[in-house]
Design a protein around this ligand. Structure first.
Ligand code: HEC
Length: 105
């Protein structure tokens, strides 16, 4: 009887922990505007690096520079910006209109 009881506690503890790990691994991709504001907008549009929005840069160029970096710009790993997020971000940047509030070099 005691053994069965102990097993039930172990099961009860394993449930929430496993659910939490799954949540941590499979995060919903962030929207392109969010990634831009949080990651790229730290520099671009704030006088560090060239303006990106409104220039219709090819999505392939945006992806390449984001993954490899370029001179003063760091490369971003798939753990920082996932492949799905980068695909959406690059397409969004390629199509985005210019923003008056942005400043660049
Ligand atoms: C720490 C500042 C910083 C961050 C953060 C940053 N960049 Fe840059 N980026 C730069 C700088 C500086 C350059 C200019 C590099 C050079 O002189 O060649 C640049 C250049 C670029 C270019 C080339 C533009 C051109 O006119 O040829 C692209 C595309 C680009 N960045 C995309 C991104 C994207 C997408 C993100 C977000 C995932 C991002 N950058 C985040 C600083 C940054």
């Amino acid at each position: 009887m005691l053994r069965v009881y102990g097993g039930m506690i172990a099961l009860a503890l394993a449930g929430p922990v496993a659910a939490q790990q799954r949540l941590g691994e499979v995060q919903a991709p962030r929207a392109p505007e969010q990634v831009y504001a949080k990651v790229c907008g730290y520099c671009h549009g704030r006088n560090v690096g060239p303006i990106l929005l409104g220039r219709h840069l090819p999505a392939e160029t945006v992806k390449y520079v984001a993954r490899h970096g370029q001179n003063g710009m760091p490369a971003f790993r798939p753990t920082e910006v996932t492949p799905a997020e980068l695909d959406a971000l690059a397409a969004w940047i390629a199509a985005a209109p210019a923003r008056k509030e942005e400043h660049g070099q």
